[in-house]
Ligand binder design. Sequence first.
Ligand SMILES: [Fe+2]
Length: 577
Amino acid sequence: MLILGLNMFHADASAALVEDGKVVFAIAEERLNRCKHYGSFPSLAVKACLDAVGAKISDIDHVAVGQDSDANLAQKVQYAVSNPAKILNFIRLRQRKQAMRDVRALLAEALGTDSTQFRFQVHYLEHHIAHIASAYYCCPWEEAAGFSYDGSGDFVSAMMARCRGNEIEVLDRVFLPHSLGSFYTMICEFIGYAKYGDEGKVMGLAPYGSDVYGDKIREIVAINNGSFQLNLRYFKPLGSNQGMQILPDGTVRLARHFSDRMTQLFGEPRQPHTEITQRDMNLAFSMQQRFEDVFFHLLNQLYRRVLCEDLAMAGGCALNSVANGKLFDRTPFRRTWIQPAAGDEGLAIGAALHTYYSVLKQPRRHVLKDAYLGPDYSERKIESALKAAGIAYHRLEREPLLETVAEQIAEGRVVGWFQGRMEWGPRALGNRSIVAHPGLPNMKDILNARIKHREWFRPFAPSILAECQAEYFEHDHPSPFMLHVYKIRPEKRTVLCAVNHKDDTGRLQTVSREENPLYYDLIRAFRRRTGIPVVLNTSFNENEPIVCVPEEAIDCFKRTRMDVLAIGPFVASKAEN
Ligand SMILES: [Fe+2]
């Protein structure tokens, strides 16, 4: 049975294919059309899903969409009635959502085919149930607490659920305009990071500040009785889409979130690309701290209701890896399974899996063991791309390839590492990665100057052999999708200086041979030379979506000052090109 999952007309549009209850392919449209966070219809992603298994759209049994415009209608209407100025905006949104309900027409147009051959049934699933489904139906447990939180989706910003067997029972929702995601976005905008998805950058700024504004920030978000409330005086009225707009070309734009009251309290907002002041760092610090307080308050409430120590989690805020890393100390939860595509691209697999397990009641059988769900490319295709680009290269067998690349990293070179299937979700996990030595004091500056051009305050991440985690980090819960930040042990901070952040933490990826044998063996080869079971891992890109096809990797290698490219079995170096 084939189920196509979709996230469409929403940021991070994506498609996923579930075959007999197992996710076999998933990709965000941005990786294919190269438009970051693309938010219209994922036409190329749908085609890629079908091509991956050699299916036609007429072979699809069900199509599942990770949103439902009828969900929480009573709350939407109540909100519109009590805010007459927003009724027009509300009606427009409804009309747009009605228009997109015709999935058959949209798919027929995207694939240039005739909808009379379609035999699939269409299912719509509420946004946050799809988020929770994307984690729960991929986790290994028969029972879990389910949690999702983000800016907004179907008029909800957070959901708590009890997940048991095939069912996700919703226990509670936090309705708009109260939203922890919007709170974070508002402060990020105020300190000059106003683009969709900038929140992850500002998370890295927080450790440079101190809690100067704790009291004031607590006034913006109040905690009460297992939930929270925003003080709306600090926010512009945002409407039922929380200020997020998809433009006709599919790009995502955020409306200004903060009101003039923020200026009265904190002074003028920082303009993008101007100097970051201590005020901005302190705001980032207090924002992250308040975010964590509310998050743990919600999780502790959830735990009291489900009394289960396993947590399945997704939603854009679940990418807050700093908060995730503290979860074990501040809640009774002992294990987490966080969807690697915790943001809205993950809705595609959540909706598809929910259709299989909850709607069709098929037996649970699937555990998502790794995030390598995207396309891969044959040796022939890679070689012809290298030839077309006029690159000099060598072909190596597996062992010499690993030894050569490990040697280059150990000598301080920056290596583009393009192997196997592309990662699903925002993190590069060793298949579309740039890898480097984690223990060279100038490596962060080298990477930024030559390739990444990132903000000075953003850390680079370590990939560590799973069995060495406890020796290097103060927490041993695995982090296979790079979604937890832990303290680095004091005696290892110098050894890992290029990935040791201001507060002596690292957003680690634990790598096991089972999940990624080639990457695992590369790190082992590096350890043999240096004694360090860790490499620095950053995404393979330069201010663009992560590279997907060989041509994009080769192009990135050529236009940046990357030293070495290891692509499939081929190695090219700048010295020879
Ligand atoms: Fe979401």
